[in-house]
Design a protein. Sequence first.
Length: 280
Amino acid sequence: MTQPTIAQKEVTLHILKRFGIRMSKKLGQNFLIDEHVVKSIVDAADIKPGDAVLEIGPGIGTLTQGLAEAGAQVTAVEIDRRLLEVLSKTLEGYENVRVVHGDILRINIAETVGAPQYKVVANLPYYITTPIIMGLLEARMPIDVLVTMVQKEVAERMVASPGTKDYGALSVAVQYYTKAEIMFVVKPDSFIPPPSVDSAVIRCTVREKPPVQVNEKIFFRVVRAAFAQRRKTLLNTLKTTGVPIETLKIILEKTGIDGARRGETLSLDEFAALSNVWIQ
């Protein structure tokens, strides 16, 4: 391709100046200017020629370019209408890229991507990371893997183990649907403007089936309740479900789980045990 590498500071600044683009704080826009990070993200997603990829928030096309040059068939969904003209120029000549204007939380993703199976690769805005990831997973999209750059703190919560300060409802949900691992950390100076915190690239390989068999509605109801008031005991915080305390004591006794424990000490298996007794 004849296009210059977008993931360079001088190229990115030139593009932003040429099109009069100012970064939107509302949309959490920080533009990546590190070629090595782009390559590492593409490698983390194990992109092969012909792979169908959904990219969320292509911005000015920095990561899109890396995916396209690896041979992916990219569908890039961009919410910021100002960037459509930019993308038409920065990605000119890449016939394996299709840019779609829309909100990833509102569009029909199946129709938009048009592939029976695909990968998700994205540099996600911090303010909307969790709704996007959970929306994709809960909808049971035909996704092989999600490779996303998120705030480091969020990545640590996604992979956290029971009993740690980062472990919470997000940890349980992500680990229920996927096998998650942090691939590498990205420092603020890899962006324009530099964010105030470190970022991390996390790879979530979607499970063929969850590691526990549960009624999902009850399971996640129990999980949310268990983490609703972290300082309280499990018995007390589960009262928020509306189940009488005497009934809760019976449920806990059946599972062998001590009601004096706190929710953040429970493993995925223990949450499953609770929810399975709950519905009997």
